[in-house]
Design a protein around this ligand. Structure first.
Ligand code: NOJ
Length: 559
């Protein structure tokens, strides 16, 4: 068991556009984040992952970067950023920057050069291919709909964009490009950043034959994904990046990796592999998607959820490390998705938090999760801002979906569910801005807001605070071995963690019914038991009991 600060940390993700606006332009900004650092310190987190704040034309809210070494004007200046990191370090908080290096914006200087002519020195910084039979080079699709290729009049050929056409993919085959990226990473590290979350980093190596994908408009991922997800040279590139830059700094790295399996997870995060420390996999985020992908929303099953999370826990037990998350800026709000955001909002939010935070790995909290923010049900497409949502709407209308069917899908899955402004208090626009918010605030802000949560000692906020504090106190929460109990139960998610002579048992009811629980024999052999945390009243004695709706309990057992 190798100890490390990044294994013992809790990370909080900030989506800056929606966090806190200090200058009344309706858009969150860096000074707004500085204003809220004491709130985050109070919660007890150690690290902030900041979604992109770099210069960007905002086709995909900052995930389309036009200058890696400048700050988006709407968010502030580099001086503001310097002040942010200084204020964070003063409070012993670490800063994880988002690193988007699979693609840039089409307004990045490299691309502006690249598209000018076939002999431009920056030409090969991007991926260009000639037309095939008068059409796109192959049938790969963009994650945001339509072909992944865009025609360029000047050079009479196509460039690849796995996301929007304003997000051309970088050509990692080109060593000059790679070296420029490494230089940029080093520049940020020398400014004092404490690590990176790497955007779709397992997409950077494309199969150079560029074959047609065989799942056109079909399965979970866009057609062509088999030829760039975990692509042929991905491990070479990550090892090179580690060797050239990362190894020289004591930092935290986490790679966003759609389509990664636990076997690959070990390759990406294994101790001696010299790649990354953690990955964000998506297997548990995909459980409510049917054929055709995320918009075909299906009922999910607890047995599948447990299978997936347990498989990752077990596979990375000996080598590698997990990141634990329910939410981020691309996913619906967890209390609406896997909990009950009506009658049992508080109880189910606490139950979900317990289930996740007691697992082995580094937990991530997405802004607003700590106060139980919910999905939003905007009733018109005009209220939405996200490019994926807007493109999907057009595409589904063209495919004959009814307005009602589309809106239902958006209510469950639109990325804007996570992006409505942070709810600070019950004043107008939830205290997020004194101006007009870029995306409307969820109308439930009068009751669900940070101020109310802080004032109520029984709130979800205080519960998260307790979970974080427990992790700091008990090594077993960080390092104990995980074992799933009641694999077949469709109602209860229960597991143990074991470290030397100690054991934890975590028991959660995922339903709104009373469910009986019998203590497993592996937990009977301990002389003392103590209730570490629960979202109901309970005693220290572990014995058979009836779980109430969404009840969750954690017992600490010792010999
Ligand atoms: C993953 C990011 O999380 C998402 O928000 C973005 O749209 C894509 N990568 C493209 O950068």
């Amino acid at each position: 068991m190798t100890k490390a600060w990044w294994k013992e940390s809790v990370v909080y993700q900030i989506y800056p556009r929606s966090f806190n606006d200090s200058n009344e332009d309706g858009i969150g900004d860096i000074q707004g984040i500085i204003e809220k650092l004491d709130y985050l310190k109070e919660l007890g987190i150690d690290v902030i992952w900041l979604s992109p704040v770099y210069q960007s034309p905002n086709d995909d809210n900052g995930y389309d970067i036009s200058d890696y070494q400048a700050i988006m004007s709407e968010f502030g200046t580099l001086d503001d950023w310097d002040q942010l990191i200084e204020e964070m370090h003063k409070r012993d908080l670490k800063l994880l920057m988002d690193l988007v290096i699979n693609h840039t914006s089409d307004e990045h200087a490299w691309f502006i050069e690249s598209k000018k002519s076939k002999d431009n020195p920056y030409r090969d910084y991007y991926i260009w291919r000639p037309a095939k039979n008068g059409r796109e080079p192959n049938n790969w699709e963009s994650a945001f709909g339509g072909s992944a290729w865009q025609y360029n009049e000047t050079t009479e050929d196509y460039f690849l964009h796995l996301f929007s056409k304003k997000q051309p993919d970088l050509n990692w085959e080109n060593s000059n490009m790679r070296n420029d990226i490494y230089k940029m990473i080093k520049w940020w590290l020398d400014k004092g950043v404490d690590g990176f979350r790497m955007d779709v980093i397992n997409f950077i190596s494309k199969d150079q034959r560029f074959p047609d994908g065989d799942n056109p408009a079909g399965e979970q991922y866009a057609s062509g994904a088999d030829y760039y997800m975990n692509g042929p040279k991905i491990h070479d590139y990550l090892q090179e990046m580690h060797h050239e830059v990362l190894q020289h700094y004591d930092i935290m790295t986490v790679g966003e990796m759609p389509g990664a399996t636990p076997e690959e997870g070990v390759l990406y995060t294994g101790k001696d592999r010299n790649e990354l420390q953690m990955v964000f996999h998506f297997e548990h985020m995909d459980i409510d998607a049917g054929p055709g992908g995320k918009w075909n929303v299906q009922p999910w099953s607890l047995v599948t959820l447990k299978d997936i999370l347990s498989k990752w826990q077990e596979e990375l037990e000996e080598d590698g490390w997990n990141s634990l998350y329910w939410n981020n800026h691309d996913q619906p709000r967890v209390v609406s998705r896997f909990g009950n955001d009506q009658k049992y909002r508080e109880l189910s939010a606490k139950m979900l938090a317990t289930t996740l935070h007691m697992m082995k790995g580094t937990p991530y909290i997405y802004q607003g999760e700590e106060i139980g923010m919910t999905n939003v049900n905007f009733n018109s497409i005009d209220e939405y801002r996200d490019i994926e949502t807007l493109n999907m709407y057009q595409e589904k209308i063209a495919n004959g979906w009814s307005e009602e069917k589309i809106m239902n899908a958006l209510h469950s899955k639109s990325r804007d569910n996570a992006r409505t402004p942070m709810q600070w208090d019950s004043s107008e626009h939830a205290g997020f801005t004194g101006g007009t918010p870029w995306l409307r605030v969820n109308p439930n802000y009068k009751t669900i807001n940070a101020k109310a949560a802080i004032e109520n000692p029984k709130s979800i906020f205080h519960y998260y605070k307790q979970l974080i504090a427990l992790r700091k106190k008990h090594d077993i929460i960080v390092y104990g071995k995980y074992e799933l109990l009641l694999k077949e139960s469709a109602e209860i998610f229960a597991y143990t963690r074991t470290l030397n002579e100690e054991k934890l048992i975590v028991i959660s009811n995922f339903t709104d019914k009373d469910i009986n629980f019998t203590i497993p024999s592996s937990c009977k052999d301990y002389s003392s038991s103590k209730l570490l945390i629960s979202n109901y009243q309970a005693t220290d004695q572990l014995e058979d009991f009836t779980l109430k709706p969404y009840e969750s309990r954690v017992y600490h057992l010792s010999k």
